[in-house]
Design a protein around this ligand. Structure first.
Ligand SMILES: C[S@@+](CC[C@H](N)C(=O)[O-])C[C@H]1O[C@@H](n2cnc3c(N)ncnc32)[C@H](O)[C@@H]1O
Length: 327
């Protein structure tokens, strides 16, 4: 079991489509406790159970509504399946009508029953243009109809200190509170017209995101900056990783130069590419042959949310919930 460094705030997350827990680990690093997970894959369940042995876990989201026993949590997360909107798909994209990405509706149904204060959804950028943008419109409208103020931002993991280029769309929703959504996802200080911060001179202030990025570069970090996830864009060069086999980023097919030849990345290297501790994806007990396990590790890591990105969003959710308590 991993050690949870801080759990200071009393905030809890229920995690849907939990995978191997990228969002959950990032959120825990930000001080949010994971109290529930829903994940259908046996191998992923094994990993989740190893790291979170004592929490409630369901398998298939399609069965949760009928037997709803989700513990109370102010935050819900859902990195819902991307296969039907991914541009890596060889077939025409079914979008939200697809069996897998369409599981969004199951999540929305549960949301409308529980209405947690803050939600985070994650998917590939293909969600933005599937069916000429209509699918994304449906996602936003569905959340808005339930009562969420929604916003989204495309973030690239390379700006959060991991050496791979990985763009994902992150959608944040705050129940009955659109203002808090932008507080979480954006830095108003960098806007030219933010008078409170920039003063009458109208001088543009620097966003904390950019400030942090600039100060974590190659100058040895001499300047002291606010505690944020370290962002190291200069070191985080792009490791392009693609695969025809499934629509996540399956690193079993990515080769890197090695002693004038090429080799695969190891599963441990893939863990580090995603910001997981080394060995995070080693299953408990006799699960399958070693070869099979490597395949399962590559696939699950390819599907995961990069931990430092989740941590950055988690910290901003914590800050926003703390400065906006419920009356
Ligand atoms: C994009 S991955 C999730 C990444 C994960 N949220 C993270 O933080 O790393 C989508 C996950 O949804 C799971 N999934 C697919 N169908 C499901 C279902 N019917 N019920 C629950 N989970 C499902 C997949 O097994 C996969 O692990």
């Amino acid at each position: 079991m991993h050690s949870i460094k801080k759990r200071l705030y009393g905030y809890k997350v229920a995690s849907f489509f939990a995978g191997i827990g990228g969002i959950d680990l990032g959120f825990e690093n930000a001080g949010i406790e994971t109290v529930y997970q829903c994940e259908i894959e046996k191998y992923c369940q094994n990993i989740l159970n190893h790291h979170w042995p004592n929490i409630k876990r369901d398998t298939d989201i399609r069965e949760v509504f009928e037997n709803d026993n989700i513990p109370k949590a102010q935050i819900w997360s859902a990195g819902f399946p991307c296969q039907d909107v991914s541009l890596a798909s060889a077939r025409p994209r079914a979008g939200l009508r697809g069996e897998r990405t369409g599981l969004f509706y199951e999540f929305a149904e549960l949301l409308s029953r529980h209405r947690p204060r803050t939600i985070l959804l994650e998917n590939v950028p293909g969600l933005l243009n599937s069916h000429e943008g209509r699918d994304f419109g449906i996602v936003l409208q569905t959340l808005a109809d339930i009562g969420y103020g929604v916003g989204w931002r495309v973030l690239n993991s390379r700006y959060f200190g991991v050496p791979q280029s990985r763009q994902r769309v992150y959608i944040v929703g705050c129940y009955n509170d659109p203002r808090r959504t932008s507080e979480i996802l954006f830095e108003p200080e960098c806007g030219a017209r933010h008078l409170e911060k920039s003063g009458r001179s109208g001088k543009k202030t620097v966003s904390p995101f950019i400030e942090c990025a600039e100060n974590s570069g190659s100058n040895g970090g001499t300047k002291r900056v606010k505690k944020e996830v370290p962002i190291i864009p200069k070191l985080a060069f792009c490791l392009a990783a693609t695969s025809g086999r499934h629509t996540g980023t399956d690193w079993s097919r990515t080769y890197i130069p090695y002693k004038s030849k090429v080799r695969r990345l190891t599963p441990e290297e893939c863990e580090r590419l995603q910001g997981f501790p080394t060995g995070w994806t080693i299953p408990d007990g006799l699960f399958a042959s070693d070869d099979d396990i490597d395949g399962l590790r590559y696939k699950a890591l390819g599907n995961a949310v990069s931990v430092p990105v989740a941590e950055w969003i988690g910290e901003r959710i914590v800050r926003s919930l703390t400065i906006n308590p419920i009356d």
